[in-house]
Design a protein around this ligand. Structure first.
Ligand SMILES: [Zn+2]
Length: 569
C-alpha cells in the first residue's frame, strides 16, 4: 500500500514500512501505517502497565511527559516533530492518540529504570532490585526479566568465511509486548543517514535493537541484566536514534550514547563499521563504561558485562559465572559456537547459532529453555533457579525473532530476519494458555506466532550506485568523520580521556581485541542546563541562552552539509 511519503507491505509475519521526507511528513506516513497495530498496543498497555506498576498508562504518560516533553521539544526538535507526525498519522488511520502518548511509548524500555527513580518501591530492572520489595507475580514477570534481551554476536577477520563482518541477534522479551516488534522500518530523513531497523509500531528507534544505516554501520545490543543506578538525563531512545541518523564511526556512536547517559536500558552496544571492517562493543554502565574493538575476532552479548566495575558496582546479581542462569550459560555456549564455526561463519551458520538449543548446564543437546541461545522460557520449569526472585516457571517470555546481516548485505541496505522464534518453533497461544492457567490474564493479550521462514528485506527503491556514491562521501579521513559525528550531537560534545588500558588476560580478550576502560571522573558531560523552562498556568515558556543558540546554529550548519552532500547524489 502506498501513501504520500510512505510505502508498506506485510510479509512472513513482518510489517515493512518505508517512509521519507521531513520529520512531520515521514512521521505521518509511519503513524498511518501503524494505526491498526497501535490500537492493539494501547489495549495491552492499559492492562499491562497497571498490572506491572500499579499505576495506569495514563498516569505514567503524564509523569513521563512532565519529565521529558520539554527536553524532547528543545533538544530533540527533529524527533519531536517526527512524533507529532506519528500521532497525527495514527489519528488519520483511525487510532486516537496524542503526542504525549507517543513520547511515553518511545520511553517504554526506559520505564523500569526511571520508575525506580521516581517511586519509592525501587523495584529493580531485569533481576535487580531488592528482594524484600513486595512483588506480585506479574512484577516478577515484568520487572525481573522483561529486559532479559537478547543473544548477539559480531565476528570479523579470521572468524568469518570472507573476512568481513557478520552480525546476528535475537530478542528475548515478554510475549505480551515483544509480539509487536515485527516492524521493519526504513527511514530516509531529509538530513542524515538512511536507516533500516527492526522496531515496534510508532517507535522512532529500534528498541530490540537491530539496525543498519547508509553510513555502512550495523548495530545491535544485549541489555545488561540487574542494572541498578539511574540519573535523569537524556533518554536512550533519543541518544541511539540520533547516533543512527548522524554518526558514521564507532567513536561517534560511543559519543552519542555516552553523552547524557541516564543509565536507562543499560546495554552492551555492538557497533560494526563495514567501511573499516571493525567491530566494537560498548558496555555502557552509568558511572563506568568500556569499549572493546577488533578487526580480527568476535564479540558476544549475553546480558552480563565483562567490565567488573559495572558488573560488581552497578549490577545486582549478574549471573556472569552461573551457568544455571541464562547469562552464564550463554556466555559459555556462544564462545563454544564461535570456536566451532571459526573461519566458516556465514549468514547460514549465523542462523544456526541463533537457533541453538544446547543447554550447557544439563549438557543436553536439544533442551530449549531459558539457558539456550534461542530462548524458550515458556518451556522451562525453572527448577534450577539460583534465586527465588528470578523469572518464574513457564513464563510467556523468550526469543521472538532472529536477524542476521553481513558486510555485503549491509552495503546493499539489506538484512535477513525471521519473526517468531529464531529456530522456527511456532508459539501456539491456546495450547500454552491451557497448560499455564497461572497466566490466563496475560493470555487474553497473546497472539499465535506461527513458524515463519527467514526473509530478506532491503530498503525501498534501493539504488546501489547512489548508495555507493553516498557511502564514498562518508569514507573520508576517519579523524574528520569522528569530529563530524561528535559535532552533530544535539548536546555539548564530550571529552573522553583514557583511564586505563586493560592488559590482563581474560578468556574472551585475545591480543586482537583492544579494551579501554572509562569512568565518569574522566567524562566531562556538560548538561544542557542553559535551557530555562518556566511554567505559567497552561503555557510553558522556553528561552535558550545565546551559547546554546550558537551551538544549535553550528549543528544546523553541520546538518546542512550532510544534506548538501546527500542532494548532490
Ligand atoms: Zn528455539
Amino acid at each position: 500500500m502506498k501513501i504520500k511519503n510512505g510505502y508498506s507491505y506485510k510479509k512472513n509475519g513482518w510489517l515493512y514500512i518505508s517512509v521519507k521526507g521531513r520529520p512531520k511528513e515521514r512521521g505521518f506516513a509511519y503513524g498511518y501505517y501503524c494505526a491498526n497495530d497501535f490500537k492493539e498496543i494501547q489495549k495491552m498497555l492499559n492492562y499491562y502497565i497497571f498490572e506491572s506498576y500499579g499505576h495506569t498508562w495514563k498516569y505514567l504518560t503524564k509523569k513521563i511527559n512532565e519529565d521529558f516533553k520539554t527536553i524532547t521539544k528543545v533538544q530533540y526538535s527533529e524527533l519531536y516533530e517526527e512524533m507529532e507526525g506519528i500521532a497525527q498519522g495514527c489519528i488519520a488511520g483511525g487510532c486516537q492518540t496524542t503526542i504525549d502518548e507517543i513520547i511515553a511509548w518511545n520511553f517504554y524500555c526506559s520505564i523500569p529504570y526511571w520508575f525506580s527513580f521516581i517511586s519509592d518501591s525501587h523495584i529493580g530492572k531485569e533481576g535487580g532490585g531488592k528482594s524484600d520489595t513486595p512483588q506480585s507475580y506479574i512484577h516478577i514477570a515484568q520487572k525481573n526479566h522483561a529486559n532479559d534481551k537478547c543473544s548477539a554476536f559480531m565476528a570479523v577477520g579470521d572468524w568469518t568465511k570472507d573476512g568481513k563482518i557478520i552480525v546476528a541477534h535475537n530478542s528475548f522479551t515478554d510475549y505480551i509486548d515483544g509480539q509487536y516488534s515485527n516492524v521493519i522500518l526504513d527511514i530516509t530523513p531529509t538530513n542524515g543517514y538512511r536507516i533500516m531497523m527492526q522496531t515496534s509500531p510508532c517507535w522512532i528507534w529500534s528498541g530490540t535493537d537491530f539496525f543498519i544505516t547508509s553510513a555502512g554501520i550495523i548495530g545491535t545490543e544485549t541489555t545488561i541484566g540487574g542494572f541498578q543506578p539511574y540519573e535523569k538525563k537524556l533518554p536512550i531512545g533519543y541518544r541511539i536514534r540520533m547516533a543512527m541518523q548522524y554518526a558514521s564511526t564507532i567513536d561517534g556512536y560511543v559519543s552519542f550514547l555516552v553523552n547524557g547517559n541516564s543509565g536507562d536500558y543499560a546495554n552492551s552496544w555492538m557497533i560494526a563499521d563495514t567501511k573499516t571492517n571493525e567491530i566494537a562493543r560498548l558496555e555502557l554502565g552509568l558511572k563506568y563504561h568500556s569499549v572493546d574493538r577488533t578487526k580480527n575476532g568476535y564479540l558476544i552479548g549475553f546480558n552480563a558485562p565483562y567490565d567488573p566495575r559495572i558488573r560488581i558496582v552497578e549490577v545486582n546479581n549478574s549471573g556472569f559465572y552461573d551457568i544455571r542462569r541464562h547469562q552464564g550459560a550463554r556466555r559459555v555456549r556462544l564462545v563454544q559456537l564461535m570456536e566451532k564455526y571459526k573461519g566458516i561463519l556465514t549468514i547460514e551458520t549465523a542462523k544456526k547459532i541463533l537457533a541453538d538449543h544446547y543447554d550447557v548446564y544439563l549438557k543436553k543437546n536439544n533442551n530449549p529453555g531459558s539457558r539456550t541461545v534461542c530462548s524458550h522460557y515458556d518451556l522451562d520449569a525453572r527448577e534450577y533457579m539460583s534465586q527465588a526472585d528470578r523469572p518464574v516457571p513457564y513464563a510467556p517470555h523468550g526469543a521472538v525473532d532472529g536477524i542476521v546481516c553481513d558486510s555485503n548485505l549491509a552495503n546493499n541496505m539489506s538484512f535477513v530476519g525471521r519473526f517468531g522464534n529464531s529456530c522456527g518453533t511456532p508459539f501456539k497461544k491456546d495450547k500454552y494458555c491451557k497448560e499455564n492457567i497461572q497466566f490466563s490474564n496475560i493470555c487474553y493479550f497473546l497472539k499465535d506466532r506461527p513458524s515463519q521462514p527467514w526473509t530478506k528485506f532491503q530498503v525501498h527503491n534501493f539504488n546501489k550506485k547512489v548508495f555507493d556514491k553516498y557511502l564514498n562521501t562518508t569514507i573520508k579521513n576517519k579523524k574528520d568523520r569522528i569530529v563530524d559525528d561528535i559535532k552533530r550531537q544535539g548536546v555539548v560534545p564530550l571529552e573522553i580521556k583514557l583511564e586505563e588500558k586493560h592488559n590482563l588476560f581474560t578468556p574472551n580478550h585475545d591480543d586482537n581485541i583492544s579494551r579501554k576502560y572509562y569512568s565518569d571522573e574522566n567524562i566531562h558531560y556538560i548538561p544542557n542546563n542553559n535551557i530555562v523552562s518556566s511554567k505559567h498556568a497552561s503555557t510553558t515558556k522556553i528561552s535558550i541562552s545565546s551559547r546554546t543558540y550558537k551551538k544549535n546554529k553550528l549543528i544546523q550548519k553541520e546538518k546542512k552539509i550532510v544534506n548538501t552532500r546527500k542532494n548532490r547524489k
